[in-house]
Ligand binder design. Structure first.
Ligand SMILES: Nc1ncnc2c1ncn2[C@@H]1O[C@H](COP(=O)(O)OP(=O)(O)O)[C@@H](O)[C@H]1O
Ligand SMILES: [Mg+2]
Length: 376
C-alpha cells in the first residue's frame, strides 16, 4: 500500500498544504513544533479513524477555525486506480468520512481501507509499560485486519461500562440481569480473546525471527496471550477455544459478583488480558535490560507489519514518529534496513541520518513544506 499524498485544510498548524510521498523512504524533517508529527497524525487518522495522540477531534482543528479537512490518496498493490479518503472535522457535530466521494457511515466502515503501522516513542515501552498499552497494540492491529473486530470490541466496552455502572450503583438482586451481562460479555469477550490469541501465535514467529536478526544473539523471545478465557499453551482449534473461553468467562462473571461489588468494577474479562513476554524463559519486563526491551518492542512493531502483509495481502505504510532519534545507531540502521522496499514516512529533527540512502527529504516549517528533494 502506498500513500501518494495528503492534503490538509485548517488541520492543527497547517492552514493549507498538500504533501506528496514516493514509494520509498520519506523524511519529514525540521525544527521542533513545525508540524512534522501533525502530518503523520493526519495520515494515521485514516488508518485508525482518530488521532494517535489521544487528542479530541476539536483539538485537531486549527485554532480559530470552524472545521478541519483532510484528504488522503493511496494506491493498493495491483490496483489500477488510486483511492481517496476524506475527513471533515467540524467544531460541533459529527465528523464526515468519505471514500471515493461516497459518504461512509463511520469509523467502522473506514478502518481497514488504508493500512498503516505506527511507531512512536510510546511504543518503545511496549514491553516495560502497563498492560493497556499491549492490549491497545493488539486492538489497533486487529481492527485494521478484521472488519468485525472493532465491532466486537466496541460492543464489549459499551456493555462493560454498563455493568460497571450497575456495580457502582449498588448492583441488582435480579440474577437474570447479571446473567444477561455475563452472556453478552462472555460471548464478545471470547471472540476478542480468540482473535488476539491467534494473532499472538502468528506474531511470535515473526518477532523471534526479527529479534534474533536484530541482536544476532542466542536469545529467544516468547510471546503469549494471557487471558482468563484461554489456558496457556492451548493449541486446540479456534472454535473449541472460543466455546470453552465463553464458558470460562461466563462462570467467572456469574460467580464473583460479591467480590466485584466490593471492588467496584468488573474483574474478569478481556479488558484484563495481557501479552506475556519472555526472553530466554525469563519475564522480559522484570529481567530484560532497557535495550533488550526496546529491541523487543521494535521487533513487535516490525512483526505487526509482517503480519499485516501475511493476513492483508500487502505491506502497510510504516509511519515512524520521532523514534529514530530515540534509538542508538545500531538499532536505527537495523530498522531502516528491515524496512527497505517498503514505504516509510518518518519524522526527524535532523536530515543527517539519511544522507546516503534513497530518500525523499521534505522540510517542514510552520505547517508548510518548504523544501523537497529526492536523493535517488
Ligand atoms: N489545533 C491547532 N491549531 C493550530 N496549531 C496547532 C494546533 N494543534 C497543535 N498546533 C501546533 O502545532 C505545533 C506542533 O506540531 P508538531 O507536528 O507536533 O511538531 P513537530 O514538528 O515537532 O512534530 C505546535 O506549534 C502547536 O502549537
Ligand atoms: Mg513531533
Amino acid at each position: 500500500m502506498i500513500c501518494s499524498s495528503i492534503s490538509f485544510c485548517n488541520y492543527r498548524n497547517i492552514s493549507l498544504e498538500t504533501v506528496s510521498f514516493f514509494p520509498g523512504v520519506n523524511v519529514l524533517w525540521g525544527d521542533n513544533a513545525q508540524g512534522k508529527s501533525n502530518i503523520l497524525e493526519g495520515i494515521y487518522f485514516f488508518a485508525r479513524g482518530r488521532s494517535f495522540r489521544g487528542a479530541r477531534e476539536r483539538e485537531l482543528i486549527r485554532f480559530g477555525e470552524k472545521q478541519a479537512q483532510l484528504s488522503l490518496t493511496f494506491q493498493k498493490e495491483g490496483a489500477q486506480y488510486p483511492v481517496t479518503l476524506e475527513a471533515e472535522l467540524p467544531q460541533t457535530g459529527k465528523k464526515v468520512l468519505r471514500r471515493g466521494g461516497a459518504r461512509l457511515s463511520g469509523v467502522r466502515e473506514l478502518i481497514g481501507t488504508f493500512r498503516a503501522v505506527l511507531f512512536c516513542p510510546l511504543h518503545l515501552s511496549l514491553v516495560g509499560g502497563g498492560p493497556a498499552l499491549r492490549r491497545n497494540f493488539l486492538d489497533i492491529a486487529l481492527s485494521q485486519l478484521y472488519p468485525g473486530y472493532l465491532d466486537s470490541l466496541s460492543r464489549y466496552n459499551r456493555i462493560l461500562i454498563q455493568r460497571n455502572a450497575l456495580i457502582k450503583s449498588g448492583g441488582s438482586t435480579d440474577t437474570a440481569v447479571w446473567e444477561v451481562y455475563a452472556q453478552q460479555l462472555s460471548r464478545l469477550g471470547a471472540d476478542i480473546a480468540v482473535r488476539r490469541h491467534t494473532y499472538m501465535q502468528a506474531l511470535e514467529t515473526h518477532v523471534r525471527e526479527i529479534f534474533e536478526g536484530m541482536t544476532k544473539g542466542r536469545e529467544t523471545p516468547r510471546l503469549t496471550y494471557q487471558s482468563g478465557a484461554i489456558p496457556e499453551g492451548d493449541t486446540s482449534d479456534q472454535e473449541q477455544i472460543r466455546k470453552e473461553g465463553e464458558a470460562r468467562l461466563f462462570s467467572s462473571l456469574t460467580n464473583s459478583i460479591e467480590r466485584e461489588m466490593r471492588y467496584g468494577a468488573t474483574l474478569y474479562g478481556t479488558h484484563k488480558d495481557d501479552i506475556g513476554i519472555r526472553l530466554n524463559e525469563k519475564e522480559a519486563r522484570t529481567y530484560a535490560s532497557q535495550g533488550q526491551q526496546r529491541s523487543l518492542a521494535l521487533a513487535m512493531k516490525l512483526a505487526e507489519g509482517e503480519l499485516a502483509r501475511d493476513i492483508g495481502g500487502e505491506y502497510p505504510v510504516f509511519l515512524l514518529d520521532d523514534v529514530l532519534s530515540e534509538l542508538d545507531g545500531q538499532r536505527r540502521s537495523f530498522i531502516l534496513q528491515a524496512l527497505t522496499d517498503r514505504q516509510i514516512i518518518v519524522t526527524s529533527c535532523e536530515s543527517a541520518h539519511f544522507g546516503t540512502d534513497t530518500v525523499q527529504m521534505l522540510q517542514v516549517r510552520e505547517g508548510k513544506i518548504v523544501g523537497q528533494k529526492k536523493n535517488l
